[in-house]
Design a protein around this ligand. Structure first.
Ligand code: AGP
Length: 606
């Protein structure tokens, strides 16, 4: 996600645009830019890197007294975080410029169409396609609103776009579809922003734009029109009661909680642009690479758990042997890496030293490498032979939540993609899996509040445990490991994730009434085996909180009911439940959830 702002009113726009962007830096901060019209000319200032670089560049240039403008702080999805790719993006004719948050899924087809009409492109972004498509329609319609209508009919995907146009001085236009865009209504001044913090210091009156609506601002008025018939729509003004810091967390107490709730949108974002109209998985980044003879996944922490989960799916769906390695072990044990092995380096940050060392070891062995990463322009994205982005948006909480969800989605897509190429999956099987993934995002959105309430309830009972086990089998074993890691790293309670079948080989000696077990016992092919392991624990007076799909499935101290989903899809329910549980335990203990002691968001040292 990116941060976009617009301002028009009675004050110099540039300082307000920069201030608004600084309040949105949590949405993305790999490059930034502003634009405004002055003396009937569009002025644009952009800079790669943090917002401070843009502020420095603006400060060194001539003073600006423009009373309206737009701004953007970027979280790159298409194109590296360079100055060329930074927003705003103008059309070829320099008649308009835009800032954009979202993903234009059909930007390549539209870019080809525009190139055939003589348009050229200075950046790698999907945004520049939107600005030139709008310019093309404007050249035909000679009216910005009609041109916007035509553009919105052609563009597929998610977008919130703010536009200034030389032929419409003292006006700002905005449109949205699936990406947030909010209007701030001040006293003789108006704001547009991806999120409330950008204008909260100046007004608490907000108007939330809906999909398909067009906002039209001038220095003394605002209106919202339907893109269907360009008729004015009556909009409600909402009074915002949050303070600024709460607003950056969208009202959630911690970034971690906000990011757990973002997971349905993350699933949508991961799928965006990667599903063809005929329901095939598109991963063009991998098309030129031979099908791996075997895959070696190298990662750390939560990413390692995601890799273990991916191993099950890749082996099952596309019959490619997979080994998953803890990067800090892999890098020093002189592994045997047969020819044809492809090494997948999984890393949210793309900066984890051990994972990067594993990647470099693979390259020293002349193996092909694929990076799976959430940060465009990170070291991993620059050193891997190929990179596939998880498109989860910035993850601010040290404890990784939505990033793991995005890794599971992309690993699922890997399995389907190679299943397509190897014909181990029929077109219908792939289509059915894709439909299931698209549906789980919707049902998860509806289910999360209940998961959270249940987690809060159970946390009260288990928050004072000194140690606990997390048990799971099959795909739920990596989730058990992840649940234990989450609890450890934010509540500081000792927790161990274990393969349920392993308990009888020693660990069960630890069980007594003060050593609870969190058991993942959803209805999968291994449920009966898991149930017997749980009963073994129960027979030793162990208290068990069992995550189940039916209260009658097992009789334990506590059963936590979550919706049933088919096979691997149930992981998208189990994961947030584990995350909420750890969160509520830690919060009830008064821990610093977003910045736990001793930890860093990215471990860039050994
Ligand atoms: C996850 O909650 C932890 N913060 C940590 O284990 C993290 O997953 C690990 O350091 C790997 O980070 P990466 O994905 O950025 O490489």
């Amino acid at each position: 996600m990116c941060g976009i702002v617009g301002y028009i009113g009675h004050r110099p726009a540039v300082p307000l645009l920069l201030e608004g962007l600084s309040c949105l830096e949590y949405r993305g901060y790999d490059s930034a830019g502003i634009a405004f019209v002055q003396a009937n000319k569009i002025h644009t200032v952009k800079a790669a890197g943090k917002l401070a670089n843009l502020e420095e560049k603006v400060a060194t240039q001539h003073s600006f007294n423009a009373m309206y403008g737009i701004g953007h702080t970027r979280w790159a999805t298409h194109g590296k975080p360079t100055e060329e790719n930074a927003h705003p993006h103008a059309d070829n004719a320099q008649t308009l410029t835009i800032v954009h948050n979202g993903i234009i899924e059909n930007y390549e087809q539209l870019r080809d169409k525009l190139k055939s009409k003589g348009y050229f492109f200075l950046s790698e972004t999907d945004t520049e396609v939107f600005s030139n498509l709008l310019s093309f329609h404007y050249s035909e319609k000679k009216d910005i609103l009609t041109a916007l209508q035509c553009t919105m009919q052609e563009v597929e995907g998610a977008y919130a776009v703010v536009i200034i146009h030389k032929d419409y001085p003292d006006q700002i236009f905005a449109v949205r579809k699936s990406s947030p865009l909010i209007l701030g209504v001040g006293q003789g001044e108006y704001f547009l922003a991806s999120d409330i913090p950008a204008f909260l210091p100046y007004t608490r009156s907000a108007v939330f734009l809906n999909d398909g609506e067009i906002a039209k601002l001038s220095s003394n008025s605002w209106e919202v029109l339907s893109s269907t018939d360009l008729k004015a729509i009556t909009k409600e003004i909402t009074t915002i009661t949050w303070d600024l810091q709460a607003a950056q967390k969208s009202g959630y107490k911690h970034f971690m909680l906000k990011e757990i709730y973002e997971q349905p949108q993350v699933i949508h974002n991961c799928l965006a642009g990667r599903i063809s109209k005929d329901m095939k998985v598109l991963l063009p980044e991998l098309d030129s690479l031979d099908i791996p003879k075997q895959i070696r996944i190298v990662a750390c922490g939560t990413s390692y758990h995601a890799g273990l989960w991916g191993m099950h799916l890749i082996e099952k769906l596309c019959k490619i042997p997979v080994q998953v390695e803890i990067a800090s072990e892999f890098r020093y044990r002189e592994p045997l890496l047969p020819e044809g092995t492809v090494v997948f380096a999984l890393s949210q940050s793309g900066e984890t030293a051990d994972t990067l060392a594993g990647l470099r070891l693979a390259k020293e062995n002349n193996l092909q490498t694929i990076g799976l990463c959430n940060v465009v322009g990170s070291t991993l994205s620059r050193e891997a032979d190929r990179i596939v982005y998880t498109q989860a948006g910035p993850e601010m909480s040290v404890a990784s939540t939505k990033a793991m969800c995005s890794q599971l989605v992309v690993l699922f897509l890997f399995a389907l993609y190679y299943g397509q190429r190897k014909n181990t999956l029929s077109a219908k099987e792939v289509s059915d899996y894709i439909t299931d993934l698209e549906n789980i995002a919707q049902t998860l959105e509806e289910a999360l509040p209940k998961f959270h309430a249940d987690a809060k309830h159970f946390a009260k009972k288990y928050a004072h445990a000194k140690s606990c086990f997390y048990l799971g089998r099959g795909l739920s074993f990596p989730l058990a490991l992840e649940g234990a890691l989450k609890l450890k790293e934010i509540s500081y309670i000792h927790a161990e994730g274990y393969a349920a079948g392993e308990m009888k080989h020693g660990p069960i000696a630890l069980i007594d009434k003060d050593f609870p077990t969190f058991a993942i016992a959803t209805q999968d092919s291994l449920f009966a085996k898991t149930k017997s392991n749980i009963l073994e624990v129960q027979a030793r007076n162990g208290k068990i909180l069992a995550l189940v799909n039916d209260k009658n499935d097992i009789d334990t101290e506590d059963t936590w009911l979550i919706p049933k989903a088919k096979d691997a899809l149930s992981s998208f329910y189990i994961l947030p439940a584990l995350q909420f549980f750890a969160y509520e335990v830690a919060d009830s203990l008064g821990k610093d959830v977003d910045q736990p002691r001793n930890l860093a968001k990215s471990v860039t040292v050994e």
